[in-house]
Design a protein around this ligand. Structure first.
Ligand code: PFF
Length: 467
C-alpha cells in the first residue's frame, strides 16, 4: 500500500501544508484576544518563549516519529515501540483526538460558510445583532451547507497528499497572507488605530498571572497543531532528504507571524471603531468573538467607508478565516484517513469514503447541538454548566487533551524510542544536528521539563473546566 500513502513534492510543499494546518482560528482570533487581555506585548514575549523552548522541540519530535515510521500515529507509536500494545493504545488516542476535533471544527466551518453567504447578500447589519447567531445556527438549512462543505473537503482529500492537500495549501496560504497584510494595512490607516496598536504592543506586566502563563502555553501548543497527530502524519509524507529542524522553524515562524499580524489587524480595528472598548468584555472564546463581536466591528466601519465598504471588508476577513479553517480542517481529517489506509490496507478512495461516512455520523448531532435538537443541545452537564454535544466534544478533545497527547509524545521519544533513536532520524537531512545546541537542549528537556510542563497544563485545564 506504499503507493497509496503519498508524499509532499518538496520541502516547500510540506512547509505550506503544515502552515496551512497550523494557521487557523487560533491565530486569527484567539491569539489577538488573549494577547490584548493579558498584557499585550508581555503576553507576546511569554508566548514566543514557549514556542521556542517547548513547542519547537515537540514539533520536531512529532515530525521525526512520522518520518521514521512512515505511518499514521497508531502505526508510528506501535512500530517505533517494537509493537507494544500499550503504546498502540496511546497512538489510538492520537487518532481519536483529531477524529473528534474534526467533528466540531466542521460545524464551525459550516457557520463560516453561512456567514459568508449572509454577508454576500448584504446582511452585515443583521449579523451584527446579538440574536442572529443563535437563529442562524438553529436553522435546518445548515444541513445543506454541511453537505456542501463535506463535499469540498473530501474531494480535496481524494486528491491525495500532493494533488489535494499540498495543492490546496499552495493556493490558499499565499492568498491568505496577502489578504491579511492588505487588510492590516488598511485598518492601520484608520483614525484611532494607534490606541489599539499601543494597547497591543506596549507590555503591561501587571496583567500577567499564572493563569496567563498557562493560557500562553496552551495557545502556543494549539496554534502549532501539536498533540493532534497531524505532524506525525505529515512527517510521514516528508522526504528523507529534507531537513526537519529547518522546516519546522519555517512553519513555526509562518504560524507565529500570522498570529502577530492578526493582532495588528483586530486590536486596532476594535479600538478605532469603539475607543471605549473594555477589553475585559472580549470573550476569549474565538467562536463567540468571530460570530457575534466581529460583525459589529465591521459594521461600525461604515462611518468611514460606507455600508458597502464595510461589507466588503467583512467579506474579505471572513473569507480569510474560511480559508484558514478549510486548510486546518483538511489537515485534521487526513489523520484518520491515513490510519485507515495504513492499518486496514485499503485504498485512499475507500478510506476517504469511510471517513466521510464516519464524520457525517458525528457532525450531524454536533450541528443539531445549538438549538435544533433539545436532546443534543442539553446533552450533559459538568462544572456546574449544561453542555451540548458540541460543547462536550470541544471541551474534551480541543481544550483538554492536546497537552496530554504532547506529554505522551515526549515520554515516548525520551524513554521508549530513546533520544538516540530520535537523533538518528533528525540527522537524516540535517547532519549538523549531531552535537548542536538544539540537540543538547532536546536531550535534556524532552524527558524532563517539557513533559512536566505539559502535564501541569493538562491538570490545570481539567481542574478549570470540569471541577
Ligand atoms: N492550529 C490551528 C489553529 O490555530 O486554529 C488548530 C487546528 C484546529 C488545527 C483545528 C486543525 C484543526 F482541524
Amino acid at each position: 500500500m506504499v503507493e497509496d500513502r503519498g508524499q509532499f513534492s518538496s520541502k516547500l510543499g510540506f512547509i505550506l501544508a503544515a502552515a496551512g494546518s497550523a494557521v487557523g482560528l487560533g491565530n486569527l482570533v484567539a491569539f489577538p484576544v488573549m494577547a490584548s487581555k493579558n498584557g499585550g506585548a508581555a503576553f507576546l514575549i511569554v508566548y514566543l518563549f514557549f514556542i521556542a523552548f517547548i513547542c519547537y522541540p515537540v514539533m520536531i519530535a512529532e515530525i521525526s516519529m512520522g518520518r521514521r515510521s512512515q505511518r499514521n500515529p497508531v502505526g508510528a507509536f506501535s512500530d517505533l515501540s517494537g509493537g507494544s500494545f500499550a503504546w498502540k493504545i496511546v497512538g489510538m488516542l492520537a487518532i481519536l483526538t483529531p477524529f473528534m476535533i474534526a467533528v466540531f471544527y466542521t460545524v464551525i466551518t459550516v457557520w463560516l460558510v453561512v456567514y459568508l453567504k449572509e454577508l454576500l447578500s448584504g446582511g452585515l447589519e443583521s449579523l451584527s445583532q446579538e440574536a442572529t447567531f443563535g437563529q442562524l445556527v438553529a436553522e435546518p438549512s445548515l444541513f445543506f451547507y454541511l453537505i456542501f462543505l463535506l463535499v469540498i473537503v473530501f474531494a480535496i482529500l481524494l486528491g491525495g497528499v500532493k494533488g489535494g492537500i499540498e495543492r490546496l495549501a499552495r493556493v490558499l496560504m499565499p492568498t491568505l497572507a496577502v489578504m491579511l497584510l492588505l487588510l492590516t494595512a488598511f485598518v492601520l490607516t484608520l483614525d484611532g488605530a494607534s490606541a489599539g496598536i499601543s494597547y497591543y504592543l506596549v507590555p503591561d506586566f501587571s496583567k500577567m498571572s499564572l493563569t496567563t502563563v498557562n493560557g500562553a502555553l496552551s495557545q502556543a501548543f494549539f496554534s502549532l497543531s501539536l498533540g493532534m497527530g497531524i505532524l506525525i502524519t505529515y512527517g510521514s509524507y516528508f522526504s528523507r532528504e529534507d531537513n526537519i529542524p529547518q522546516s519546522t522553524r519555517m512553519v513555526t515562524i509562518a504560524d507565529t507571524s500570522v498570529a502577530f499580524f492578526a493582532g495588528l489587524l483586530i486590536l486596532p480595528a476594535i479600538f478605532a471603531f469603539d475607543p471605549n472598548t473594555n477589553t475585559d468584555d472580549l470573550s476569549t472564546s474565538s467562536v463567540g468573538l468571530i460570530f457575534s463581536f466581529l460583525p459589529k466591528i465591521f459594521l461600525s466601519m461604515q462611518v468611514a467607508v460606507g455600508y458597502t465598504g464595510a461589507s466588503i471588508v467583512a467579506v474579505i476577513f471572513f473569507t480569510l478565516v474560511f480559508f484558514a479553517a478549510l486548510t486546518s480542517l483538511v489537515s485534521i481529517v487526513e489523520i484518520p484517513i491515513s490510519c485507515w489506509i495504513d492499518e486496514f490496507k485499503i485504498s485512499r478512495k475507500k478510506a476517504v469514503l469511510v471517513q466521510a461516512g464516519l464524520l457525517s455520523l458525528f457532525a450531524i448531532p454536533a450541528v443539531m447541538s445549538l438549538g435544533m435538537s433539545d436532546f443534543f443541545t442539553n446533552f450533559t452537564s459538568y462544572g456546574g454548566v449544561t453542555k451540548s454535544f458540541f460543547d462536550l466534544v470541544s471541551d474534551v478533545f480541543y481544550e483538554t487533551i492536546l497537552p496530554l497527547v504532547g506529554f505522551t509524545v515526549c515520554i515516548f521519544c525520551a524513554y521508549r524510542w530513546k533520544m538516540s533513536g530520535l537523533t538518528s532520524e533528525i540527522v537524516v537531512g540535517d547532519p549538523d544536528f549531531e552535537g548542536s545546541l538544539l540537540q543538547k537542549y532536546m536531550n535534556f528537556s524532552l524527558g524532563t521539563i517539557i513533559p512536566v510542563v505539559l502535564l501541569v497544563v493538562f491538570i490545570s485545564t481539567v481542574y478549570t473546566i470540569y471541577l
